[in-house]
Design a protein around this ligand. Structure first.
Ligand SMILES: [Zn+2]
Length: 146
C-alpha cells in the first residue's frame, strides 16, 4: 500500500509577492506590465483590454521601468500585529509608464522629510519572513535615488 494521505510536500521555493513580479529561470527578477499598442498606456500586471482607450488584443507584455517619482504617500502608524510601524506607503509613477503602490524605504517616516516628485529606484528584495511551507518571497520597494 502506498502512503495515501501522506502528501508529498513540495520543496520550498522563492516566489514573487505579487503576480506581476516575474522571476525568470535566467536573468534578474523584474516587474511586468502591459502596454497598449494603440494608445501607449502602460499598467502594472497583465491586461486583456486597455483601461484608457478600451482597445482589445493590443496589450503587450513589457518590463516596467526601474525608476520613478513619488506621486503621493501616507505614513502608516497602525497595522497588523508584528508589522513594524510607522512606514511610508507610497504611490510612484514609473518612468516609462505605469503606477505602483508600495513601501518607500530609506526616508524617515515624517511628512517634513518626504518630498513629492522624489526620484526613486524601484528595487526587488527578499522579504525576511517565510510562509508556513518555507517558501520565501521577493517583493518590490522604493528607495530614494541619489
Ligand atoms: Zn489603449
Amino acid at each position: 500500500m502506498s502512503a495515501a494521505g501522506a502528501a508529498v510536500k513540495p520543496a520550498p521555493t522563492t516566489k514573487g509577492a505579487v503576480p506581476f513580479l516575474v522571476i525568470p529561470k535566467e536573468g534578474e527578477p523584474y516587474l511586468a506590465g502591459s502596454k497598449c499598442g494603440k494608445c501607449g498606456e502602460v499598467v502594472a500586471g497583465s491586461r486583456e483590454v486597455c483601461g484608457k482607450c478600451g482597445a482589445r488584443k493590443t496589450m503587450q507584455h513589457v518590463k516596467l521601468g526601474t525608476t520613478g517619482k513619488l506621486y503621493n504617500y501616507t505614513v502608516v502608524y497602525r497595522n497588523f500585529p508584528g508589522v513594524p510601524v510607522p512606514f511610508i506607503s507610497a504611490i510612484v509613477d514609473i518612468d516609462g509608464g505605469g503606477t505602483l503602490k508600495g513601501n518607500l524605504l530609506g526616508v524617515e517616516p515624517v511628512p517634513e522629510k518626504i518630498k513629492f516628485d522624489l526620484p526613486v529606484n524601484i528595487v526587488i528584495r527578499q522579504v525576511p519572513q517565510k510562509d508556513k511551507d518555507g517558501n520565501s518571497y521577493l517583493a518590490y520597494f522604493f528607495e530614494p535615488r541619489s
